[in-house]
Design a protein around this ligand. Structure first.
Ligand code: TRP
Ligand code: SF4
Length: 366
């Protein structure tokens, strides 16, 4: 029998990112940067949710693998470290699908229909048919992703908190319906022991401090708006994108004073510039002492400084992408061991273990 994976004393963190292809600065400040900083204090599991990408992009899967690889290259470039974190790809751990299926048996439809992201996206996305079973089940697949590793914390943005809430409800329901069997708990099982050995702990969301990162058009940076600055954008492109970025609309002419608090370029300075530059921008903008072109140049300087080490690290893997793929495969192998250990418990609690069991005799001894 395969032994259970070694436990570490650090709390376990798990998070995923859909495989959308090359990542942008919004992905970096909204998630990735935070993950990189967690690697020493937590037992980290990060995965590429390629099945989740299919829930909306099922009609053309030609780029799904390439997109996963691009995400992985950006992860390694940003500083996720396979020595400290388990980096893997969802579809290479088929146990997620088995757990999702078992969860689907016990999850009331109403729980899924009332998830806010489901309702919003059904209303907002009109160019594809999202009336599919897979799309409705999106947050339940996410619950399986989380619970299969018995994660303590799930670092996510605000929008994902309802998915973690659903995960907690699913865990509770599963634990209630399928307590561990007496054999698994042992003869001494009193109520307290039974509670302790429930298969699934209830994970907590770990809110990512939300830095509002605007795209070049002033709306939230997002691939679907086409307003992104990619982690891979070379310096001239970053500078060019900044030049066309929208500014405080009140500042029409050079001598009109502006307000950096309402300017997307001001937001970029807040996130990426040093204190001295920020002071210079606030003063100069409000007094019309500086021009927007100058101000955008400084913002570009700050971005280029953040991107340079990321792009430097990426080069090594870009020249040999197989290296990144092999890291992903090794992480997936490790993830499978953990996932299968949980699945063994699950199957046993549901009386569906793969092992032979003599048929139980009925009351008449037959
Ligand atoms: N739904 C998440 C998102 O869109 C991605 C995701 C899938 C995830 N499975 C997860 C996040 C498990 C955290 C835990 O960002
Ligand atoms: Fe925005 Fe800078 Fe122009 Fe002020 S000077 S409006 S902060 S770009």
């Amino acid at each position: 029998m395969a032994s259970a994976p070694a436990a570490t004393s650090k709390p376990r963190v798990l998070s995923g990112m859909r495989s959308t292809g090359k990542l942008h600065l919004g992905n970096y400040v909204g998630a990735l940067q935070n993950w990189v900083g967690m690697q020493d204090s937590y037992d980290c599991f990060f995965f590429i949710a390629d099945w989740h990408a299919l829930t909306t992009d099922y009609s053309d899967t030609s780029r799904v693998k390439q997109n996963s690889l691009e995400v992985m290259l950006d992860w390694l470039a940003a500083g996720l470290d396979p020595e400290r974190s388990t980096l893997f790809i969802q579809s290479h751990v088929p146990q997620h699908a088995e757990l999702h299926l078992l969860f689907s048996m016990i999850t009331p439809l109403g729980w899924l229909e009332r998830v806010p992201t489901y309702k919003e996206q059904r209303e907002n996305i009109k160019d594809k048919d999202l009336g599919t079973y897979g799309f409705l089940g999106y947050p339940l697949l996410q619950s399986a992703d989380i619970l299969i590793y018995k994660a303590d914390y799930v670092p996510v943005g605000e929008d994902q908190v309802p998915h973690v809430e659903l995960t907690r409800e699913v865990a509770r329901r599963f634990n209630g319906i399928y307590p561990r069997t007496a054999e698994a708990i042992g003869p001494e099982a009193d109520e307290a022991a039974r509670r302790r050995v429930y298969i699934f702990p209830e994970p907590k969301p770990l809110l990512t401090p939300a830095a509002k990162l605007p795209g070049t058009d002033g709306r939230k940076m997002s691939k679907s708006y086409g307003n992104t600055i990619l982690l891979t954008d070379p310096e001239p492109l970053v500078r060019q994108k900044l030049k066309t970025m929208v500014t405080d609309p009140a500042r029409v002419r050079r001598h009109d004073p502006g307000n950096p608090e309402v300017c997307p370029v001001g937001d970029l300075h807040k996130i990426f510039s040093d204190k001295a530059t920020i002071a210079k921008v606030w003063e100069g903008c409000k007094t019309a002492g500086i021009g927007c072109i100058e101000c955008k140049g400084w913002a570009a300087d700050a971005l280029v400084q953040v991107l340079a080490p990321i792009q430097e690290r990426r080069r090594k893997y870009e020249n040999n992408p197989k290296l990144a793929w092999d890291i992903l495969e090794a992480g997936s192998q490790k993830a499978r061991t953990h996932a299968e250990a949980t699945l063994r418990d699950v199957r046993q609690a549901m009386h569906m273990s793969l092992a032979w069991e003599a048929p139980a005799r009925d009351a008449a001894g037959q």
